[in-house]
Design a protein around this ligand. Structure first.
Ligand code: IVH
Length: 682
């Protein structure tokens, strides 16, 4: 039965509309309509399509969520071969590249279009008459696999109904990848299902792309960034500059990297390499380098190709974040809370830009799950400033060492090490009687964000505790330069400096002091809240769990930890001794109503355009607001940036007000001036 023209028109309209809102949401991160409205349009389209099956179309937005499964992926020949890039590992390699470009083109300085090298999979998207008709993997460069159904599930890939007119045939190339956040989410899900974990986002993306059932691909949310074009027919693409081509792709609604730039000469290239390198760990996706392309297309042509790579482009790689090495030994460290942490001693290996010799193995379960043993060949990973970790064992034929078990006695003090029911860690029960815990407690007490005692480092604390010169933080204040002078590597001058550092720490704040005590479950933020709420130490020390729970964000577990801590006679003794040594200004207690945002809880999610998460948090907390980690009925506002995930969904489900960055600043602005005025009055 033919579809009535008015119904067909509505269907077409809905499809265009949905693609438009999809683009606003997934590419621009700037939705124009609430999700509920999107859902309404979507359901309407689904219903019309089911009533009129003749109008169905594989490229309808309703088909993104999952077309039907396939038996195998058909071969997908590439009209224009998909090449690879040559690599540069050192500045000298880049210099040689730039020199050759200058020599061949006769230019004095060359302009380069530069962008991150996404660590994903190269794909090709073909649009005919403005509609996505084929999505293919790179394969061997000449022929890939047709994975159209899977690529349609990638929300930022335009299906091509809405937006500017495309050439009759347009092939867009780029990289499909999985964000770090989605990778973590997926692996957490795999873990709860006891399924195999993915090694890295790239592997996870590759796995998702090669699913025969697109519904599985759809559930593992992939991202896409365009970086070039292939075939173009019946229409023109910009022909002057690569950067112009990228701007054009952006106008055609393809996602392109916000990090792309045009730079000039060697200095520009290396400056970009360093700038992106510094931000590598905080980018939402993994990169393994940056790509430099001669910007002028005329010059690109002059340079041409060598075998399977262009001469006009090069990938400048960063040191890998994962490397192969060997476990020499597994040792056990005892932390501040008595937790026994297994640590792998590794054959030194250069990874993530530094030489790594140790990696944390987290806890017993983690070792068991990864089955790590002495002598194993393993992959270690160090990304950004994160502590290096062993990702997995590389199987080999030889016989293996024995399974590792954590000792049931503390390796430092010999006391029992107990693993409580439901806990992942085994702990030494000796508390501050265990020298290892005492050392860690002292280091914690002295750290920058606590009492900030300059010069009191690990080596000094080891000696002070091993020689029984210091048992508790209070003992530090009784040390004189003469006591220190006899220690290893301690000149008169450094001894005097340390005594001065200790002296300086006598003036502190209550928040720092509370944090410095090292109460279980009390971090910096909670310490600040407690200090604000109670104003001075005596009321905090004597507070009941009920009273403690009146402090914003302090729940029963934290309250119990605090009460337990102060109830310990040993702790009371140390605090009494410290009271005579350190002082802080006493503030009037601030209860719920004082600050402009007191009692208002925010949740932050996604990446904000200008503020870092810490900055946003500071702004909120400065006005007495709270920032919580998860959305609950107590949440008043959710501040959402790009790539916001399940928290945003939950907020929407609960009908919680959602702000973008501008909205947050607007909300804070009058509060800031109110607080300012109040201060002026004081
Ligand atoms: S341009 C002639 N730009 O790197 C090839 N490639 O080693 C032109 N890649 O297969 C590629 N990010 O999968 C280009 N910004 C970027 C890229 C990029 C990642 C990948 C791509 C390619 C491989 C080459």
């Amino acid at each position: 039965m033919p579809v009535p023209p008015d119904v067909l028109a509505e269907i077409e309209d809905l499809r265009r509309n949905l693609e438009h809102h999809n683009y606003r949401y997934y590419v621009l991160s700037a939705p124009e309509i609430p999700d509920a409205e999107f859902d309404r349009l979507f359901l309407r389209l689904q219903w019309l399509e089911s009533e009129h099956p003749e109008a169905a179309s594989p490229d309808s937005p309703t088909q993104r969520v999952g077309g039907s499964a396939v038996e195998a992926f058909p071969p997908a020949p590439h009209a224009v071969p998909m090449l690879s890039l040559n690599n540069a590992f050192t500045d000298a390699d880049v210099e040689a590249f730039d020199r050759r470009v200058r020599e061949t083109t006769g230019a004095e300085t060359v302009e380069y279009a530069v962008e991150p090298k996404f660590d994903g999979l190269a794909i090709s998207l073909t649009y005919r008459a403005g509609v996505l008709v084929r999505g293919a993997t790179r394969g061997d460069g000449a022929t890939g696999e047709d994975v159209t159904g899977n690529l349609r599930t990638v929300r930022s890939i335009p299906l091509g109904r809405d937006g500017p007119r495309l050439p009759d045939v347009l092939e867009v190339r780029g990289e499909v990848l999985m964000t770090k956040r989605e990778f973590d989410r997926l692996n957490a899900e795999q873990r709860t299902r006891n399924d195999k974990l993915f090694v890295n986002p790239r592997n996870a993306a590759a796995g998702a792309l090669r699913q025969l059932d697109p519904r599985i691909t759809a559930s593992r949310k992939l991202s896409f960034y365009a970086y070039g074009i292939g075939q173009v027919e019946g229409g023109a693409a910009p022909s002057e500059r690569h950067s112009g081509l990228m701007d054009w792709l952006q106008e055609l609604r393809f996602p392109v990297s916000d990090e792309r730039r045009v730079v000039s000469g060697m200095e520009g290239l290396l400056g970009y390499y360093r700038a992106i390198g510094e931000r590598r760990a905080s980018l939402p996706f993994e990169i393994d380098g940056v790509v430099y392309k001669v910007d002028e297309l005329r010059k690109q042509e002059m340079l041409g190709y060598v075998s399977r790579a262009p001469r006009f482009a090069i990938a400048h790689k960063y040191p890998p974040e994962e490397e192969l090495t060997e476990v020499l030994d597994i040792e056990v460290q005892v932390g501040r809370t008595g937790a026994l942490t297994p640590v792998a001693r590794l054959k030194p290996v250069f990874v993530g830009g530094v030489t790594v010799t140790n990696a944390t193995l987290h806890n017993e379960d983690e070792i068991r799950r990864k089955d790590i043993r002495v002598g194993d060949r393993v992959i270690v990973r160090r990304a950004g400033d994160v502590i290096p970790e062993v990702v997995r064992v590389v199987p080999s034929d030889g016989t293996r060492g024995e399974e590792f078990h954590l000792p049931h006695r503390c390796p430092i003090c010999g006391s029992d090490a107990v693993r409580e029911e439901g806990e992942a860690v085994r702990r030494c029960v000796a508390g501050l009687f265990c020298p290892a815990q005492r050392k860690q407690a002292l280091l914690h007490f002295a750290q920058r964000r606590a009492l900030d005692i300059e010069g009191l480092g690990e080596r000094l604390v080891d000696q002070l505790v091993d020689r029984d010169m210091v048992r508790t933080p209070a003992d530090l204040y009784r040390l004189g330069a003469a006591d220190l002078a006899g220690l290893d590597r301690m000149g008169e001058r450094s001894a005097a400096n340390i005594v001065a550092g200790i002296g300086k720490s006598r003036n502190t704040t209550l928040a720092r002091f509370v944090y410095a005590l090292g109460i279980r479950n009390v971090g910096e933020a909670t310490a600040r809240d407690l200090a604000r709420h109670f104003g001075d130490l005596p009321p905090l020390r004597s507070a009941t769990t009920d009273e403690l729970m009146r402090v914003p964000d302090v729940g029963p577990i934290v309250a119990q930890s605090i009460a337990d801590f102060f109830a310990q006679p040993h702790n009371a003794e140390v605090i009494d001794a410290l009271k005579d040594e350190v002082r802080w200004p006493i503030q009037p207690p601030v209860t719920a109503s004082g600050a402009p945002l007191a009692g208002v809880t925010f949740v932050l999610t996604g990446t904000l355009p200008n503020l870092t998460r810490d900055e946003a948090k500071q702004k909120i907390e400065a006005l007495g607001g709270k920032v919580a980690g998860s959305v609950s009925a107590k949440t008043r506002y959710v501040v959402a940036g790009s790539d916001a995930g399940s928290k945003l969904e939950k907020a929407q489900a609960l009908g919680i007000e959602i702000l973008d960055e501008a909205g947050l600043l607007e909300l804070l602005e009058p509060c800031v001036s109110a607080e300012h005025k109040a201060k002026e009055k004081e």
